[in-house]
Design a binder for this molecule. Structure first.
Ligand code: TYD
Length: 138
């Protein structure tokens, strides 16, 4: 997978004096069928989480509240995506190392995945990830 596959996707936004509304549909704004949703919350300011890659799992991440950076690494270089609006999502294909950093206090990261949770799907060792990438196995 290449960086060109990683995308910030703008979501619909209905501005309203009663409060704004946004939404996301699978196979439309989110370019895969959703099998899993999880969220990270009650995060102390400045924390980082999620340093890993997926063998098989596409992701779509929204900063539902607050702000954080998603550092995406293809094994050769890194790119930082700042998420700080609830009407943008970041699409990350499988096979990329990613870490979520610099959470603002009480931010909420909402994540959609194309696969059910399975520990075997995770690569948590960066050197293993790098070796798989260098050998074209990821
Ligand atoms: P973990 O993957 O370690 O978090 P991070 O993204 O920061 O690396 O997940 C923390 C715990 O939650 C771990 O014990 C696995 C569990 N978990 C599930 O059971 N299902 C899920 O969908 C997720 C994302 C995590």
């Amino acid at each position: 997978m290449e960086f060109s596959d990683v995308k910030i996707i703008q979501l619909p936004k209905f501005t309203d004096p009663r409060g704004n509304l946004s939404f996301a549909e699978q196979l439309n704004h989110i370019p895969f069928e959703i099998k899993r949703t999880y969220w990270i919350y009650d995060v102390p300011g400045g924390e980082s989480r999620g340093g890993h890659a997926f063998r098989k799992n596409e992701e779509f991440i929204i900063a539902l509240s607050g702000a954080f950076n998603v550092v995406v690494d293809d094994g050769k270089s890194k790119q930082v995506f700042q998420l700080n609006r609830s009407y943008y999502g970041l699409y990350i294909p499988a096979g990329m190392w990613r870490e979520i950093c610099d959470f603002s206090t009480n931010s909420v990261a909402l994540e959609f995945g194309s696969e059910h949770y399975s520990p075997e799907n995770y690569i948590r060792d960066y050197n293993e990830f790098k070796t798989l990438k260098d050998n074209g196995k990821l």
